[in-house]
Write a protein that binds this ligand. Structure first.
Ligand code: COA
Length: 260
């Protein structure tokens, strides 16, 4: 697929995905969503890609939401279908099996905040702003906001954001646990890449199974989640990655994992 609204650049195993509609503050129209679905598929399946960084073009916005022009034209059935398509795209990204970091360079509102929440780690520039302002438009979050936000920040803080539509700054997003780190705007991409490359230096199978255990485990009972974790732990013991990681420690040398 040739992208018209995304920049997709792979450098040394990292896919840099930039949503590229800066004149519309990178709003998620149907084309962006279709291209994001394709990009998530590439991240999941291409061996040359080991992780991804998602950001927005221009200095102002990560993503200022779903495209309000599209929403204004929809009826109840295509509205539901659009929400389900969007949810599926974000879920593809969340379950791609490789670490994905959102580098949030400005407004992350509505669908933009939802997209960031589907990434595994969120790093915000100190100029970023967050919110689920859908209620101001008479709509409610449709790309997973009512589900992922309370899982990340707890029910009380999530309901405050969703019901008031208030927009919060990066330090407040950090305080409530919506983002993992806040960095100066000029350092955002370098810091995000630095963290991702740190993760990519770890045992890749361990990273993949840890992502899966956290993602699936959140929807399980504690006992089911613990069993999944123990199964992964046992499975990893049969891998070259674990053998190398443990042997390297005992031999007091850096581990050299396959694919590095
Ligand atoms: N969908 C479609 N277009 C959008 C958009 C969205 N979610 N957010 C911004 N844009 C467009 C604006 O319409 C404008 O386009 P135009 O120049 O053709 O008129 C352009 O992006 C720039 O936005 P503008 O509003 O002029 O910038 P601003 O700095 O004054 O305000 C925001 C920035 C983010 C506060 C404001 O754009 C906004 O409130 N956007 C909607 C946020 C929202 O409700 N998101 C949830 C949607 S479900």
């Amino acid at each position: 697929m040739t992208y018209q609204t995304l920049l997709f650049d792979v450098r040394d195993g990292v896919a840099f995905v930039t949503i590229n509609r800066p004149d519309k503050l990178n709003a998620l129209n149907d084309q962006v969503m279709a291209e994001l679905a394709d990009a998530a598929g590439r991240i999941a399946t291409e061996d040359g890609i080991r992780g991804a960084i998602l950001t927005g073009a221009g200095p102002k916005a990560f993503v200022a939401g779903a495209d309000i022009g599209d929403l204004a034209r929809q009826g109840p059935f295509d509205g539901k279908a659009r929400a389900q398509r969007g949810q599926a795209v974000l879920r593809l990204l969340e379950t791609c099996g490789k670490p994905v970091i959102a580098a949030i360079n400005g407004f992350a509102l509505g669908g933009g905040c939802e997209l960031a929440m589907a990434c595994h780690i969120r790093i915000a520039s100190d100029t970023a702003k967050f919110g689920q302002p859908e209620v101001k438009l008479g709509i409610a979050p449709g790309y997973g906001g009512t589900q992922r936000l309370p899982r990340l920040v707890g029910k009380g803080a999530a309901l405050q954001l969703i019901l008031t539509g208030e927009v919060i700054d990066a330090p407040e997003a950090y305080r409530i646990g919506l983002v993992n780190r806040v960095v100066p705007a000029g350092d955002l991409l370098a810091e995000s890449e630095n963290m991702l490359r740190g993760i990519l230096a770890m045992g890749p199978l361990a990273v993949r199974l840890a992502l899966e255990a956290v993602d699936r485990g959140l929807e399980m009972t504690l006992d089911e989640g613990l069993l999944l974790e123990a199964n992964h732990f046992g499975l990893l013991a049969a891998t070259q990655d674990t053998k190398e990681g443990l042997t390297a420690f005992l031999e007091k040398r850096p581990a050299k994992f396959q694919g590095r």
